[in-house]
Design a protein around this ligand. Structure first.
Ligand code: FAQ
Length: 307
């Protein structure tokens, strides 16, 4: 029976169709999805912190309203993704416990500090830009609930990317000091943004199997290249310099050549030794503990309502 089910699964994947929660799936497929979707959900939730840092200090009511909406969207993305992950048989509660115990990862990018208001624009432009590049192909991922969550998330991320770019454009039309703030921020975020796509293909243990299962549709290096090609003309239009002396158009390849991020730094950040790893987890843990009474009250109310 198992081999018939496995043949069905292979046929769905080969046809590029969706695997649904009630379909048979190999245990490794389920585990890989839980790992990736949980990391993705945690990234959205932890990703609220760096920008949330600026909500109380936004320079105008309009900017504050935009930033509040964006950070709230990230919470929504986290929730769709936790829901997608729950269809694989793990609860959101369990995933949250693994996150705050430091047993599951989230994107390296959110372990860098936001030092100026320009960082809000740069995160929108580069971090949401990289997220879109990585996530648009995931709308066609083989697992149904994940792919469907990605469709809505990508629409909202596109809006986020635009708002970041518009913010930076406004600052670039401002004073010399504002232009310098934008450049300084881009200098800090460029390399960490390239690291979001994961290690180089030859050092990526999961890519080959994830692509064979149709979970990933492109390799890490392919998406990184796509991001660089997309971003260079945007940087020119904005009037900022990307901090890479090796960055240039290669006519033969029809792509930009570019330098390598510091992969030792990447490994350190992934291992928990980045500039803000400890702070992010302490904050998340405290928020979870502070929310205990809400969970208890909601559970008590639900029990009363059903009695
Ligand atoms: N950070 O074999 P691979 C957002 C780990 S966007 C930390 O290549 P894989 C939106 C990897 O997990 C950010 N760890 O792994 C937003 C693995 O370790 P493991 C979230 C990383 O899975 C914007 C090991 O290295 N987006 O949140 C990173 O095939 C603004 C070996 O790597 C997603 O999660 C990294 N950058 O490929 C929110 C997208 N890279 O698990 C707020 C979905 C690699 O074996 C504000 N995920 N690692 O212990 C993916 O596409 C993939 O999981 C990759 C990694 C491409 C990230």
């Amino acid at each position: 029976k198992e081999s018939i089910l496995e043949a069905d699964f292979d046929a769905i994947v080969a046809a590029g169709d969706r695997v649904e929660p009630r379909d048979w799936m190999p245990e490794g497929y389920r585990k890989t999805l839980v790992r990736q979707i949980a990391q993705h959900a945690h990234s959205e939730i932890i990703g609220m912190q760096p920008e949330g840092n600026w909500i109380t200090r936004a320079p105008s009511l309009r900017r504050k309203a935009i930033l509040l909406a964006k950070v709230q969207d990230e919470a929504g993305h986290g929730l769709y993704l936790y829901s997608a992950c729950e269809t694989l048989g793990v609860s959101r509660d369990e995933l949250t416990r693994l996150l705050i115990a430091g047993k599951q990862k989230y994107s390296s990018i959110f372990n860098y500090p936001t030092l100026s208001y320009a960082d809000v624009g740069t995160i929108g432009w580069l971090v949401d830009g990289a997220a879109i590049c990585n996530q648009v192909p995931l709308c066609r991922t083989s697992f149904g609930p994940y792919g469907r969550a990605m469709i809505r998330i990508c629409k909202e991320e596109s809006f986020h990317q635009r708002q970041g770019y518009e913010l930076l454009m406004t600052m670039m039309r401002g004073t010399d000091e504002q232009r310098a703030m934008v450049q300084e921020s881009v200098d800090r975020f460029w390399w960490p943004a390239l690291m979001m796509f994961g290690p180089p293909d030859e050092e990526s243990p999961n890519t080959a199997q994830s692509m064979a299962w149709g979970i990933k549709r492109n390799t890490n290096d392919d998406l990184r290249q796509r991001f660089v090609d997309m971003t260079v003309p945007q940087a020119e239009a904005l009037g900022v310099t990307l901090p890479d002396p090796d960055l240039r158009w290669n006519d033969e390849r029809g792509h930009h050549d570019f330098g390598q991020p510091d992969w030792d730094e990447f490994m350190q950040v992934v291992k928990g030794n980045g500039p803000c790893n400890a702070q992010r987890l302490v904050h998340r843990r405290r928020a979870h503990e502070d929310g205990a009474w809400v969970r208890e009250a909601a559970t008590a109310f639900a029990a009363k309502a059903s009695a």
